[in-house]
Every structure is written in structure tokens, then in C-alpha cells.
Design a protein around this ligand. Structure first.
Ligand code: CUA
Length: 160
């Protein structure tokens, strides 16, 4: 009886070490981690977020910006019920950093067929890096229920 207990305890400990190792390897060596909200947008209760965003870089100029050769930053604002900008054009193979936030309620930020999958929270900045290797058209959709016209909230991505 005691022998089995020991064996099970040993097996559990080994499995735990394997899982922790896989977790450490994926986050440290492979750089896989949860989408981060590395920034906050500071505003007081009396201020309108819409107005604050208009003056807060990079959200004062939503759109595509080349930050280095082959590296692009795409700044996106989600609002009921659209994305700003509505059309995003990118070259294939470029490293793209999406920097996004919401102007009003919680929205989703999802590009089907890719691992770009974030939540846009008012007052928080969400970031995700992705490389579109295949040219074509992609759809950026909101996948967090955000009201009556949630199902219409999308933007077009054109990768050339
Ligand atoms: Cu925005 Cu659903």
C-alpha cells in the first residue's frame, strides 16, 4: 500500500516538474506569453476618453507606421462598432506590432487564421506582434460582445 502511495507521489512530482519546465521553456526560450497590456492611458473621471486618446500618442494617429526597415507598428482604436482605421495595408513578411485600445467599452481584436487575439479594454493598451507571411486579405473582427451591432464590427487587412 505504502509502496503505491510513494509511486503516485513520485509520478505527480515528476509530472509537475515536466509541466513547470515546459512553461519555463515556452515563455523564456520561445518567447510565448499572454498578450500584454504594457501601458495604461491615464485619465481622470471627468475627462472623456475619446478626447484623451486624440492627444495620446500613438493613438492620436491611428494607422500603419514603419518604425524600422521591415518593421511596422499598427495603431488601432476600437469603438462601437468599428475599428480605426477601417482598412490596414501591410507588406507581406514584415514584423507587425499591433498597438490597440478601446475608446468606449470592451472590444475584441481577432484576426482569424492567425494567433492575433486580444481584448481591448478602455484605458489599457494591448500589444501583439505578428508576421503575415502570406499575401492576401484578412479580416480583423471584434470577438467580445459589445452591443447591438457587435457582429458588424470589423476592419479589412490587406497584405501585399
Ligand atoms: Cu466590439 Cu464586439
Amino acid at each position: 500500500m505504502e509502496r503505491f502511495e510513494k509511486a503516485f507521489l513520485c509520478a505527480a512530482a515528476i509530472v509537475l516538474v515536466i509541466f513547470l519546465g515546459a512553461l519555463a521553456y515556452s515563455s523564456l526560450a520561445m518567447g510565448i506569453h499572454l498578450p500584454s497590456h504594457f501601458g495604461m492611458i491615464h485619465y481622470t473621471a471627468g475627462q472623456k476618453l475619446r478626447r484623451v486618446l486624440r492627444q495620446t500618442p500613438p493613438f492620436d494617429r491611428p494607422g500603419v507606421r514603419e518604425i524600422a526597415p521591415g518593421k511596422y507598428q499598427v495603431t488601432v482604436i476600437g469603438l462601437t462598432w468599428s475599428f480605426l482605421p477601417a482598412v490596414i495595408e501591410l507588406p507581406a513578411g514584415a514584423e507587425v506590432t499591433f498597438v490597440a485600445t478601446s475608446m468606449d467599452v470592451i472590444h475584441g481584436f481577432f484576426i482569424p487564421g492567425t494567433r492575433v487575439n486580444m481584448m481591448l479594454i478602455p484605458g489599457q493598451v494591448s500589444e501583439c506582434v505578428y508576421r503575415f507571411r502570406q499575401p492576401g486579405e484578412y479580416l480583423l473582427i471584434c470577438h467580445e460582445y459589445c452591443g447591438r451591432l457587435h457582429h458588424t464590427m470589423s476592419a479589412r487587412m490587406v497584405v501585399k
